[in-house]
Ligand binder design. Structure first.
Ligand code: ADP
Ligand code: MG
Length: 399
């Protein structure tokens, strides 16, 4: 393990030459910093023809988009690399490959995915990847089943819960998802046109009770090693491929949280599309998002059930019908978390371009109101929505 220092572009090239495991390391000559995220340094390491060969990602000791006034644990780089290595063990086809990592330097080297595209950018442009939702469902079923008590030995599971203890990153989620939007905080960010709707979140007692239950579950329910931040900006897609990156929020938490945030980001796109493409152009994209949601859940649930039928190692959890009953609870959790993602991405600290880049102000506010209403409905109605058909019917009713 090395002592921490922030890497320059030249350091990153040197590092990749030494540790990426390439057969021709001397061809690496340049680095381009491309980090567009909120937190970290990301270098593409280029060869003489300007082609990116590997990616070097380093955590900074503070939140990049806020500055040094908000310090943040470097341990998140270890958590990210180790979560992705576990997920790769169980789902190599949909997890970015980690070629090397060093917890002291808070750095990792990843396979380069530049030939693929960030899913959110494609969704914004109205480009459809019909296989992506199913592939994401497969990623979620495999990573979440194999790290759960259905599969892991109870001693191993408890050791893993310790290894993936991620208190500082979890606190960000706890605050941004469950506290700030419902109690008012300086970090919240929204236009005055939304003021009344936001005030309504603070004064709705049923909503606050339901959000309290979701937060409590997030705090206590160590069901599986979650990705922890599975939004469409953390997913690369191509014509027949999907790869997940950026697992620095990884920890053992409720499975419904990963499912709900993933569905939530598809719904944020659903809400933004009329503003991004115009009402008429948006119709096809919206139908595709509803289909994506149906297929994501189906691939996840069928995948998880099939794995449970074949590979459950806990004799008690193998009871016929138990996996099915468990998935019903995951579904309800997922709908609630989906609602909190819709709300916090609309009025909290971290927004999404699906809503924020709608140029026309009145249209933007309409899309944002839609996301807030949908979020609120999902949080309150989650226990009464039985399956994805019922969910889609409710979404249509909501506008
Ligand atoms: P952060 O954790 O700071 O949000 P990300 O891991 O999301 O950082 O990476 C930021 C950006 O860097 C991504 O949106 C993507 O454009 C680029 N990037 C990250 N990892 C890779 C990779 N393995 N291959 C190609 N580009 C990548
Ligand atoms: Mg990140």
């Amino acid at each position: 393990m090395s002592a921490y220092r922030t890497l320059t572009a030249a350091d990153a090239v040197d590092y990749a030459r030494r540790y990426a495991g390439l057969s021709d390391p001397e061809t690496l000559i340049n680095a381009e910093e491309v980090g567009d995220g909120n937190l970290n340094l990301v270098f593409k390491i280029l060869d003489g023809r300007g082609i990116s060969r590997v990616v070097v990602k380093q955590a900074l000791p503070y939140v990049r988009c806020v500055g040094e006034s908000w310090p943040l644990t470097l341990d998140r780089a270890r958590i990210e690399a180790e979560t992705l290595l576990v997920h790769e063990r169980y789902c190599p086809q949909h997890t970015v490959k980690i070629l090397h990592h060093d917890a002291g330097l808070a750095v990792m080297i990843q396979e380069d995915l530049s030939a693929m595209s960030i899913w959110r950018r494609e969704l914004l442009a109205g480009r459809y990847y019909p296989q992506a939702a199913r592939q994401l469902g497969e990623y979620l079923s495999r990573t979440l089943f194999y790290t759960s008590d259905f599969y892991q030995h109870p001693h191993e599971k408890k050791a893993e819960v310790g290894r993936f203890s991620n208190p500082e990153m979890c606190q960000i989620t706890e605050d941004l998802f469950f506290t700030d939007p419902y109690s008012g905080h300086d970090r919240n960010s929204y236009e005055t046109a939304l003021e009344d709707a936001v005030a309504g979140l603070r004064t709705d007692p049923d909503l606050r009770l339901a959000v309290a239950a979701l937060k409590h579950t997030f705090l206590t329910k160590a069901e599986a090693l979650l990705h922890g931040d599975i939004h469409t900006g953390s997913i690369f897609v191509a014509a027949s491929q999907l790869k997940v990156i950026d697992a620095e929020f990884g920890f053992y938490g409720p499975i419904g949280f990963d499912i709900g945030t993933a569905i939530g980001n598809l719904l944020l796109n659903y809400c933004g599309l009329p503003g991004l493409l115009g009402l008429r152009e948006a119709a096809a994209g919206r139908e595709q998002r509803l289909q994506d949601i149906r297929e994501l859940w189906q691939a996840f649930a069928e995948g998880f059930q099939a794995l449970a039928a074949e590979n459950t190692r806990d004799l008690t959890l193998a009871a016929p019908g138990y996996a099915h009953r468990f998935l019903r609870k995951v579904w309800t959790d997922a709908l609630g978390y989906c609602g909190t993602e819709l709300i916090r991405r609309t009025i909290g600290l971290a927004h999404v371009t699906d809503l924020d880049t709608v140029a026309d102000a009145a249209m933007r506010h309409e899309c944002q109101h839609h996301a807030l209403n949908l979020g609120k409905m999902l949080i309150l109605a989650a226990p009464h929505i039985d399956d994805s058909s019922a969910l889609i019917a409710r979404i249509r009713q909501n506008g």
